[in-house]
Design a protein around this ligand. Structure first.
Ligand SMILES: [Zn+2]
Length: 308
């Protein structure tokens, strides 16, 4: 019951507040475009933010947003490049990241994603974390190229490295590293707008996997790297390091409460995140109590992420 209550509370928040809120008027949402340099642009809307890489041979698009935003994404791309969208990468199987896949595929794009993302799209999903049922996607929307651990694309003079961090934000995440432009899409494994990251256990996510994903991104990053979350301005490598440190502290403190035999409610009452919340809680999104519950549940049921 407690778990269900928390899931309902999170439904209004999610990794992307836009798709979890049933009455969003997408016709009113505008896409803000930011030039990150060397052909890479960030497309902000209100969750599930996209990246594009443009070059003479066309456009590579990371995440297609929800279906009603597809035409706006295309229009935003067209304002930057007259070339067609040739390649789409879906970072994970939350609906604000693959919703307009079919539109892009019909325009000739090849869709690339993790093996498990294709499975989840093909079979349909119930995401308990959002109390959301996603029906099976039509075949035309499915990725046609999938990978298990890592893949490298060479496009528009850029080296685009794809890495799968196991059981992180979900069980089907792809970190997208634009090496030359020094930009990483975090696939929801760093919090949007500088908040705590959310790990969706109903989609196979976990606290330990999210920490491992942040470690992986730190291994790729230098002082100038921009790390793209689902929402807001890109994070710096300093922000990423601080997020990793906060998650490690939460892991250590909540694990101690578990080892001491505390119940979930007792762990929450102990306020193990109280010195962290001023930086990492923004509004109602993932409060200290909520991240403590998530951490408790994840660590109780945790299996270490599979070796990469
Ligand atoms: Zn997500």
């Amino acid at each position: 019951m407690r778990r269900f209550f928390m899931a309902a509370a999170l439904a209004a928040l999610s990794c992307s507040s836009a798709f979890a809120q049933p009455k969003v008027d997408y016709s009113k949402l505008e896409i803000k475009t930011t030039d990150l340099g060397l052909g890479v642009y960030l497309l902000n809307w209100r969750g599930g933010d996209s990246l594009i890489l443009v070059g003479d041979e066309g456009v590579l698009l990371v995440d297609t947003s929800v279906a009603p935003m597809g035409d706006k994404i295309k229009a935003a791309v067209a304002r930057i490049s007259s070339k067609p969208i040739r390649i789409v990468i879906n970072t994970h199987a939350h609906a604000d990241h693959f919703g307009a896949n079919e539109l892009m595929a019909k325009g000739g794009a090849m869709i690339v994603a993790h093996d498990k993302l294709r499975e989840r799209m093909a079979q349909g999903q119930y995401l308990a974390a959002f109390n959301q049922t996603i029906p099976p996607s039509p075949p035309a929307a499915l990725p046609t190229v999938t990978f298990a651990d890592a893949m490298t694309l060479h496009f528009a003079g850029e080296t685009v490295q794809l890495f799968h961090p196991p059981n992180a934000h979900t069980d089907n995440d792809t970190l997208v590293h634009f090496k030359r432009a020094n930009v990483i899409h975090a696939s929801g494994t760093i919090g949007g707008d500088g908040g705590y990251p959310f790990f969706d256990m109903s989609s196979g996510g976990s606290l330990l996997g999210t920490i491992a994903s942040e470690e992986k991104m730190l291994s790729l990053a230098d002082a100038k790297t921009r790390i793209v979350a689902d929402e807001g301005n890109p994070a710096s490598s300093e922000d990423l390091k601080a997020s990793r440190d906060a998650l490690v502290m939460i892991r250590t403190r909540v694990q101690k409460l578990i080892d001491d035999g505390k119940t979930e409610d007792e762990a929450v009452a102990a306020k193990p995140t109280k010195d962290l919340d001023a930086r990492w809680v923004h509004g109602a999104f993932l409060t200290g109590d909520a991240i403590t519950r998530l951490a408790y549940q994840s660590l109780k049921g945790a299996k270490p992420p599979a070796a990469r």
